[in-house]
Design a protein around this ligand. Structure first.
Ligand code: HXC
Length: 512
């Protein structure tokens, strides 16, 4: 066999990973192979592999007799919609995609390239965890990845798809990355699996219930997205990429947009007159942003706040919006954490923020106080205060108490603050306020109920409107809802070259 044939043979062998039998077994589980996933993800014929012929160095437990080219991970670079990305895709057909010293080195190598060349990295995870035959060397490999994930955080976007098992400390690399996407029914993430759980806590739980896509989407909030199947996961990964820039010094791609009739008549009727009647803020978002451009993040978690990417006149924005249709749009621990994390991503990657406000305040109760609504609510306050990207606020209805301040008020650095004419901006609702400040007067009255109603009406007249705030310049303009989209198009365009620098520091200390 000549040298070229030898090379061809090696490459053909590498393409088969752990062999045809294991590939068939992977397919039987409804899963694609590492290479099939890359083919789906990247633009046709753009993938260039790095380290195809790497093998492990282990000699324990007869490992020297079991070597597979690639050592359980396919790594390299290619393009998505003509933009450079780096990819690693774990190959479950080789030792269950488990992570050896050399497997880790391959991942680290492309992480370094991604950092040095300022392009995102996408990890397709499908792994039995640490390569058991290698012991501590494998743990070291994981830690090398965690360290690089942390160094890369805020420099390049890092995205993790979970397409199979992801257990033990292995979960911490995805957790440090910016976004996690899990495939329903075929992926799971947990620090300790069902067997250990049973031994330690006597709880009986399946892998799916403990750490499947549904659990992490709705209960823990660990995953930002779920996908029905692998092809759906890859489709969503590509969509996500369309909103984000290559690195922290870049801007997100701009899509062509021609101004037309930007009036949105529906907006004048979407928000009920009765302040206690709920409505779906997602309908407001759909009206305000470019058609079909809203891509929701963390859809099933803390539904009382809505976050996601969208476009306004072709430009990427991040949307943060209270959701009156869930818990009246109140701010609580989970919604504050969810929104804060999203705001920090957008700020790190130059994506302007649109904050839609309809918030009655913070959720009261021992559960919230004892679990730290103070420090958790402060996360959102801190994140928005720290953000230097263009920040625009629209108060669609209520903005009460501390939540008014937190939700991107002028005072914490918003660039443009709009309110609809029915907005209520005050310390608290008229009834509660009247009960406190007119307590003596009401008690002394012949008809306390009537007196309270009178005082409530008086307070409402004075404060439950946007004009006090507008008089102070805290609201820049009270806008007819129909006109808001055009105001936002112009506003974000005006803010396009905003420069705002934080004071010199090593790093801030967000209340974690
Ligand atoms: C080496 C492994 C492996 C591992 C699986 N394999 N996990 N080899 N190290 N961690 C191998 C199997 O021997 C098998 O080889 C092939 O991969 C497929 O595994 P199966 O068990 O046949 O597949 P399946 O039934 O689908 O089960 C998948 C699995 C199970 C649930 C992942 O394999 C499993 O429980 N593996 C062990 C998981 C684990 O405990 N990992 C260590 C966690 S501790 P053949 O030759 O038959 O194809 C950890 C710490 C990380 O990860 C800490 C970081 C800080």
């Amino acid at each position: 066999m000549n040298n070229i044939d030898k090379l061809k043979q090696k490459k053909a062998e590498a393409l088969l990973g752990g062999g045809e039998k294991r590939i068939a077994s992977q397919h039987k589980k409804g899963k694609l192979t590492a290479r099939e996933r890359i083919d789906l993800l990247l633009d046709k014929e753009t993938f260039e592999e790095i380290g195809m012929l790497v093998t492990h160095r282990s000699t324990d437990f007869g490992m020297e007799k079991q070597k597979f080219y690639g050592d359980g991970v396919v790594t390299g670079y290619g393009k998505i919609n003509d933009r450079l990305v780096y990819v690693y895709s774990q190959d479950f057909t080789v030792f269950g995609g488990s992570l050896s010293e050399t497997h880790a080195k391959k991942i680290c190598k492309i992480m370094d390239l991604a950092m040095e060349n300022g392009a995102p990295i996408i990890g397709l995870n499908d792994s039995g965890g640490a390569r058991i035959q290698e012991g501590v060397v494998s743990l070291g490999g994981y830690a090398d990845i965690f360290y690089k994930n942390t160094r890369a955080s805020g420099v390049i976007p890092q995205i993790s798809a979970i397409m199979g098992p992801c257990a033990g400390g292995a979960v911490y690399s995805p957790a440090i990355t910016d976004f996690i996407m899990m495939v329903e029914q075929s992926s799971y993430m947990f620090v300790t699996g069902p067997n250990v759980v049973k031994t330690v806590t006597h709880e009986e739980v399946t892998s799916e219930d403990l750490g499947g896509a549904e659990a992490h989407a709705s209960k823990s909030g660990v995953t930002h997205f779920t996908a029905k199947h692998e092809a759906d996961c890859i489709k969503q990964l590509k969509k996500l990429m369309s909103y984000i820039p290559q690195n922290c010094e870049d801007k997100a791609p701009i899509y062509e947009y021609e101004l037309g009739n930007e009036q949105r008549a529906k907006l004048n009727h979407l928000i009920p007159e009765n302040p206690n009647q709920p409505y779906d803020m997602k309908e407001v978002i759909e009206e305000v942003v470019d058609e079909d451009s809203f891509f929701e993040v963390h859809k099933q978690y803390a539904e009382n706040i809505v976050v996601g990417f969208a476009r306004i006149a072709g430009r990427s924005i991040g949307v943060v919006a209270n959701q009156p249709a869930s818990l009246a749009g109140v701010l609580d621990i989970n919604s504050s954490k969810k929104a804060a994390r999203f705001v920090r991503f957008c700020d790190a990657f130059n994506i302007p923020l649109l904050v839609l406000v309809d918030v009655p305040g913070f959720l009261p109760g021992t559960d919230q106080e004892w679990n730290g609504i103070i420090s958790n609510g402060a996360k959102l306050l801190y994140a928005l205060s720290e953000a230097t990207v263009p920040k625009v606020t629209v108060i669609t209805r209520k903005a009460y108490g501390g939540a008014y301040d937190v939700m991107n008020s002028k005072h914490i650095g918003a660039d443009l603050n709009f309110a609809f004419p029915n907005a209520e901006i005050a310390v608290m609702g008229a009834k509660g306020a009247s009960e406190i400040i007119f307590r003596k007067e009401i008690a002394a009255s012949d008809n306390p109920e009537k007196k309270l109603a009178e005082k409530e009406a008086e307070y409402k007249e004075k404060f439950a409107n946007p004009y006090r705030a507008a008089a102070h310049g805290y609201i820049d303009e009270v806008v007819v809802p129909t006109d808001i989209r055009l105001k936002l198009i112009k506003g974000f365009k005006m803010l396009e070259n905003k420069v705002c620098n934080l004071p010199r520091k090593k790093h801030g200390n967000i209340p974690l």
